[in-house]
Design a protein around this ligand. Structure first.
Ligand SMILES: [Zn+2]
Length: 468
C-alpha cells in the first residue's frame, strides 16, 4: 500500500507528541517573568539642572532585578538559535518530501482527483500543508507552546492552544490556497515572465492581507471590542486628532487569552484603519505609558510606514522571484528527474520553492530586521514628540523587556533586533527629556497663573502615576 509509510510517520508523530505533551500538561506552569512596573521616576531621571541622559538611562535599567534580566536574555538569545533550527528543520522536511518523492505522489494523487488545473493545485496544497504541518509539529509545539510557557509568556493550556493552531491551519488553507492557485496559474501561462507577475500577485496578496487582517482574520482568534473607558479613549483620540489621524474609535483585543505580551497597533488603511490596544497594555500600563505607546503607533500611521514597507517588500519580492526563476531552472535540470518533477509549472515543485524562500528569509533576516528597526526608531521619535511622555516611554521599554534583551551589543542589535533595544529606547527618551526639561519643571502657581494656565504637559508629565 502506497500510503503506508506516510501513515506510519503520522502515527509515530502523534504518539511522540502525546508522550511529549502529557507530563507537562500536569506540571505547574512557571510564573510570568513580569518586569517591574515603575511607580516612581528614579532620582537620576527627575528633572534637574544637572540632568544627564546616560545616568537617567542607567538608573531606569538598574530597576530591573538581575534574575528578570537573565531570564529575558535567555529567552531572547534562545530565539537566535530558533531561527537556525527553524530553517534547518524546514529544509530537512522539504528535502524529505522531494527525495522520498512524496511531493510527486501528492501531485499524482491530486491528478487522479481532477485534471482541472486550479482544483488540482488546490488539492495538492491541502495535502502539502497538512503533511508539513504534521512533520513540523514537534518543533511548533516546543517553540510556540512549551518554550513560551517556560518563560512565562504564554497563558493558554494545551487544548485551546491546539485549537488556535488548527484555526491558523484553516486560514493558511484558504488564503495560502488562493495564492498558490494564482501563482501556478501564472507560471503555466507565462513561462518566461512569471517571476515578474508572480511577485506582483504576491504583493497584491500582502496588501489584501493587511487590509482584511484586523477586520476578518484577527476576530477568528480573539475578541475585538470597542474600548469605552473615556479615561483611556479620550486622550488617545485627542492625540489622534492633533496628528491628523481620522480615527473615530479605539478598540481593544483580548490578547491575554494567549500571551502576557503588551502591544498596540494602528492597523489597516482607508476604511479599515483603526487603533487597537491589547488588554495586557490596558491592565498593566500606566496612563503615561499608554500615551507613550500610542504616540509611537500613531508615528507609524503618520509616516506612512505601511506603504513604505509594502514598497520595500515589492522590491525584495521581485528580487527573490528573479533569483527563484534562475535557481529553480538550475536545480530542476540537476535533480528534476530524481524528484519526478516535470517542470516549474508542476505543483510537485512546491517544497523546493518553499525551501528557497526560507533560505532567502534566513540570509536576509538582518536586512529585514534593519528595515523594520529603522521604522520603529522613527516611530519612537515621533511618539516622544507627540505624547511627551519620556518616562512613560521608558516604562514601556522595560515592560517590553520581558521578551526582548534590554542591553545587547551593537552587532547583535543590528542582526537580531526588529525594534531598537530597550537601552537605546530608554536613552532616546531620556535624551528627549534632557532637551525638553522646561516641560517637566513644576511651576508654583502665581496670582497671574492659575492651574489651568500652566503648561498642559507639566501637570501630568513629571511623575508616573501609581496604577496599582
Ligand atoms: Zn512600532
Amino acid at each position: 500500500m502506497r500510503s503506508r509509510p506516510l501513515f506510519a510517520v503520522f502515527s509515530c508523530l502523534i504518539f511522540l507528541c502525546a508522550v511529549f505533551v502529557a507530563p507537562a500538561a500536569f506540571a505547574q506552569p512557571p510564573g510570568p517573568n513580569e518586569m517591574p512596573s515603575v511607580v516612581q521616576v528614579p532620582p537620576e531621571a527627575q528633572p534637574s539642572a544637572h540632568f544627564d541622559a546616560t545616568a537617567a538611562t542607567d538608573a531606569y535599567l538598574a530597576q530591573i532585578p538581575p534574575d528578570k534580566t537573565a531570564r529575558s536574555n535567555a529567552y531572547f538569545e534562545g530565539g537566535y538559535w530558533m531561527i537556525l533550527w527553524d530553517f534547518l528543520y524546514g529544509a530537512v522536511v522539504a528535502l524529505l518530501l522531494l527525495n522520498l518523492r512524496w511531493s510527486a505522489r501528492m501531485r499524482d494523487l491530486s491528478e487522479r482527483v481532477t485534471r482541472f488545473k486550479p482544483v488540482h493545485t488546490f488539492v495538492y496544497w491541502v495535502q502539502y500543508l497538512v503533511l508539513t504541518s504534521v512533520l513540523i509539529f514537534p518543533l511548533t509545539v516546543y517553540e510556540n507552546y512549551f518554550r513560551e510557557h517556560k518563560y512565562g509568556l504564554a497563558t493558554q493550556t494545551f487544548a485551546p492552544w491546539l485549537l488556535d493552531q488548527l484555526k491558523g491551519l484553516g486560514v493558511a488553507l484558504v488564503i495560502g490556497g488562493l495564492l498558490v492557485v494564482a501563482l501556478f496559474g501564472i507560471v503555466r501561462r507565462l513561462p518566461r515572465t512569471w517571476w515578474i507577475w508572480g511577485s506582483v500577485v504576491t504583493i497584491l496578496f500582502t496588501i489584501l492581507g493587511v487590509l482584511i487582517y484586523p477586520v476578518y482574520i484577527l476576530p477568528i482568534f480573539n475578541k475585538v471590542t470597542p474600548l469605552d473607558n473615556p479615561k483611556i479613549v479620550n486622550p488617545i483620540l485627542s492625540m489622534a486628532r492633533a496628528n491628523g489621524i481620522p480615527a473615530q474609535n479605539v478598540y481593544t483585543v483580548d490578547a491575554s487569552r494567549q500571551s502576557t505580551r503588551m502591544s498596540a497597533n494602528v492597523s489597516g488603511f482607508a476604511n479599515t484603519m483603526r487603533i487597537t490596544l491589547n488588554d495586557n497594555l490596558i491592565r498593566r500600563g500606566s496612563p503615561e505609558e499608554i500615551q507613550a505607546v500610542m504616540g509611537h503607533e500613531m508615528g507609524h500611521y503618520v509616516m506612512n510606514h505601511i506603504y513604505k514597507f509594502i514598497m520595500f517588500n515589492l522590491i525584495e519580492t521581485v528580487l527573490v522571484f528573479a533569483l527563484l526563476f534562475w535557481a529553480l531552472g538550475w536545480s530542476l535540470q540537476r535533480w528534476g528527474e530524481t524528484w519526478q518533477i516535470r517542470g516549474v509549472g508542476d505543483t510537485a515543485v512546491l517544497p523546493l520553492v518553499v525551501l528557497m524562500f526560507s533560505l532567502w528569509g534566513f540570509i536576509a533576516n538582518p536586512i529585514d530586521n534593519t528595515m523594520i528597526r529603522t521604522q520603529e526608531k522613527e516611530a519612537d521619535m515621533f511618539g516622544l514628540n507627540a505624547a511627551r511622555q519620556p518616562d512613560g516611554f521608558a516604562q514601556a521599554a522595560i515592560h517590553l523587556g520581558e521578551y526582548r534583551k534590554m542591553d545587547p551589543g551593537p552587532i547583535e542589535e543590528f542582526i537580531f533586533f526588529d525594534h531598537p533595544s530597550g537601552r537605546n529606547r530608554i536613552f532616546a527618551a531620556m535624551r528627549w527629556k534632557a532637551e525638553n526639561l522646561n516641560l517637566f519643571t513644576t511651576h508654583e502657581p502665581t496670582l497671574s497663573q492659575t492651574s489651568e494656565g500652566s503648561p498642559a504637559s507639566a501637570a501630568t508629565a513629571p511623575a508616573m502615576v501609581d496604577k496599582k
